[in-house]
Design a protein around this ligand. Structure first.
Ligand SMILES: [Zn+2]
Length: 193
């Protein structure tokens, strides 16, 4: 197998997601018919995309997601519930049985940050969990934090404080923002704990 002009993995992913124009699609199809190497790579891209889709559809992971991911999720019919407390402020939030994804939009100036950690604290500000070295775009001005929907649906009314922290090369920590989520349980039935 020796393809002189291998198709880019991102292009293959767009092809699989039907995000290309007809002309682009046709030229890729022609290439794939003639090229075993790129067809094999397309199978790899599909496996990866399906795996991610499955994990993402679960909505059960505590993770940082991109704005593109959220747009895709909404396009695919997922119900996205999003809250955007101002830095230093708080928001009243809840979750309903119909929601698929629960997102906290955290506004912060990330332009000077080398590394950013996301710290989850209890109502007294005591850290319970940290997502170290989260992915971020320096000029995005936002981090989209996905709370596990499974966790949220089981949770009692409670207060959660989320902090974004810049970590410098020497390990020094510099607060970027603090956001308080006052979660009110509105689902019927008792909480799981
Ligand atoms: Zn090829």
């Amino acid at each position: 197998m020796n393809c002189a002009n291998p198709l880019d993995a991102a292009l293959l992913a767009d092809y699989w997601l039907a995000a290309l124009s007809n002309t682009e699609e046709e030229s890729i199809e022609e290439h794939l018919l003639a090229c075993d190497e790129c067809s094999e790579r397309l199978r790899g891209v599909i496996a990866l995309a399906e795996g991610l889709r499955h994990v993402a559809r679960e909505g059960s992971l505590q993770m940082v997601v991109s704005e593109t991911f959220l747009a895709c999720a909404a396009q695919n019919g997922l119900r996205v519930r999003q809250y955007a407390p101002p830095p230093g402020g708080s928001v009243q939030c809840t979750v309903t049985a119909e929601d698929d994804l629960l997102i906290g939009r955290l506004a912060a100036d990330l332009s000077q940050a080398q590394r950013v950690d996301l710290s989850l604290c209890d109502q007294n500000g005591i850290e319970q969990l940290r997502l170290p070295d989260i992915p971020f775009l320096p000029d995005a001005g936002n981090v989209f934090w996905q709370q596990s929907i499974t966790f949220a649906k089981a949770a009692p009314s409670s207060t959660l404080i989320v902090r974004l922290i810049a970590v410098d090369a020497a390990g020094g920590e510099h607060p970027l923002g603090e956001y308080t989520f006052n979660h009110v349980r509105t689902l019927p039935g008792p909480a799981a704990w």
